[in-house]
Every structure is written in C-alpha cells, then in structure tokens.
Design a binder for this molecule. Structure first.
Ligand code: DGL
Length: 303
C-alpha cells in the first residue's frame, strides 16, 4: 500500500494521476484538513504535522509515503528522511518517505536528481522558468537552488501565491480564484521585467485545480509543467527499482489465491462530510473520507 499525504485536497491531483498510472495498486490518502493551509505556517509546525501524517500512514500499513505537497516536501522532507525516520523502528522495516520537489526539478531541468553539477547541454540553457508556490515553499528557495545547480544560466522567477491554496480549499467563487491567479502571474511577469516564462511550475499541488486559470492568463507560449504527471512518471521509475513497495494486495480467498481488488482509503483529520463533498467536486466521482484522529501521534516531536 502506498500513502499520499497533503495538507488538504491538493494531493488529490497527485493521487488521481497515481491511481490512473497504477490501477492495481492500493493507496491510502491523508488530507490534514484540520490544519490546512500549511503555506504560511512556521516551518517547525509543518515538520511536526508532516511527521504525524507520515506516521499515521505507516500505521495504516503504507510502507512508502509520498508527500503529495510541495510545502511539506520543501520544508520537512529532508529532516524527516535524514533525522526522524532513521531514529524510528519504521526505518528498520524498510519504510520510506519521498517528496515531489525532486522529480519536478528533474523534469524542469531534464537532469537526474543525483547530478548536481551542470552538464552539457543543460549548462548552456538560458530560458526562464517561473515557479508559483506557497509562502513557505518559495521561502525555502528549494526550487531556485536545485534548478540553478543543474542549469546555472536559467532565470528562475519565484512567485508566492499566498492565499490561493486556502481559497481553493474554501471553494471561493471562480472570479476570486481568477483574481488571485492573475495577481500571481502579474507578480512573476513584473519580476522578469515583463518577459514571459518559457516554462511554469505550479509548485503547489492545489494549483492544478485552477490550472485552466493559469492557462488562460499565462502567455500561450509558456508551457505549464504537469506536476501530477511528472510525479507519476517518477514514481513508476522509483517502483521499478524498489518493487517491494508495490502490490502486497492481500488475497481475498486464500484457497483460490484470487487477489483482492485494489483499495483506496481516504482519511482526513478534519470534517469527513465537508472533505468528501469538496473532493467530489474535484474528482467528479464519489470519494468518501474517513476521520483520522492523530492526537496520540501529536504528543511527540520530530527530532
Ligand atoms: N498543496 C500544498 C502544496 O503543494 C500545500 C498548500 C497549503 O496547504 O498551503 O504546497
């Protein structure tokens, strides 16, 4: 079983690419609706909340957890991978947590994550990449740093869209969402002296839900990178190298050996009725959330 974690609904954009790519695979999704949005929270809060979510997903039987959230990845992934996980019993039984910034940088730079010095021909690229994200993601500078390591001549314009994820969660009218998107695009264009970006990273998993608005207001020549597709491609590659995270769908009938159909469990730390209603709008299908009480896990802190 694979876990997908997000602060709220945004990770559903990633989950939906994954369920399409891996139709035989079981997933557990956790939206931390009790604490959404993460984008303006202090970093230590984001690290703690992400650790609680990952641990809850491990406890639900997920050996691999994907942070389907740029903010959680930018702020917490490295700390959880290098400090917290190795200090827990989960590491000894092969559990792992991965993020979504690395595959996005790989796709944007056409360079593998392991390569951290500029290589031909990427080292001569001179185009412009715009990154739209939450306050914390942009403040982490992770996209700019990791892109420039691989493509030092590329201009990276980073634009905070502070209120957009929260507005998407609150289901505000389309005109209000459009105003926030336009403000973000105007901010990015102003930073680059009116020069349009060649490529745009919607560096928040909530933003694909308003991708049509970014498409409407970005210049036609700007290519919007599809983070859910990028993440699905990258996970497919990762799982081909780590196949033990795949499958393990329990047999429904031990005697005949028929495998049980893949399951999809949706958990929320918030209100189940509200999360299910909102998710249906995005998923265009019935998605019923169950409540997760993570109170016990909140008692300790990530080292
Ligand atoms: N969807 C998340 C991201 O990718 C978090 C948005 C938020 O909670 O502020 O950044």
């Amino acid at each position: 079983m694979i876990g997908v974690f997000d602060s709220g609904l945004g990770g559903l954009t990633v989950l939906s690419a994954l369920t399409e790519r891996f139709p035989g695979q079981s997933f557990v999704y956790l939206g931390d609706h009790a604490h959404v949005p993460y984008g303006d929270r202090p970093s230590e809060d984001i690290i703690d909340l992400t650790r609680i979510g990952v641990e809850a997903l491990f406890e639900r039987g997920c050996k691999l957890v994907l942070l389907g959230c740029n903010t959680a990845t930018a702020v917490a992934a490295r700390r959880l991978q290098t400090t917290w996980l190795p200090s827990t019993p989960w590491a000894a039984v092969g559990h792992n947590v991965v993020g979504i910034v690395a595959p996005t940088v790989e796709a944007a730079t056409q360079t593998p994550w392991a390569v951290t010095t500029p290589q031909y021909p990427q080292k001569f690229l001179t185009d412009r990449i715009a990154v739209f994200g939450t306050t914390r993601t942009i403040a982490s500078n992770v996209y700019a740093e990791e892109i420039r390591k691989r493509c030092p001549k590329v201009t990276v314009v980073q634009q905070v869209c502070a209120e957009l994820a929260g507005a998407i969660e609150r289901d505000v009218p389309e005109e209000s969402l459009e105003r926030l998107v336009v403000a973000g695009i105007d901010g990015a264009m102003a930073q680059s002296g009116g020069e349009p970006p060649h490529r745009a990273i919607l560096g928040c998993t909530h933003f694909p839900l308003v991708e049509h608005l970014f498409r409407r207001h970005l210049p036609a020549a700007t290519r919007i990178l599809s983070q859910p597709q990028i993440v699905a491609d990258s996970l497919e590659d990762y799982l081909s190298r780590h196949p033990h995270y795949l499958g393990e769908t329990p047999a429904a009938d031990g005697a005949s050996g028929n495998a049980a159909p893949p399951s999809l469990v949706l958990l929320t730390t918030g209100d189940t009725v509200e999360a299910s209603a909102r998710a249906r709008v995005f998923a265009k299908t019935t998605l019923d959330f169950e409540h997760l009480d993570a109170g016990r896990l909140a008692a300790s802190r990530a080292p």
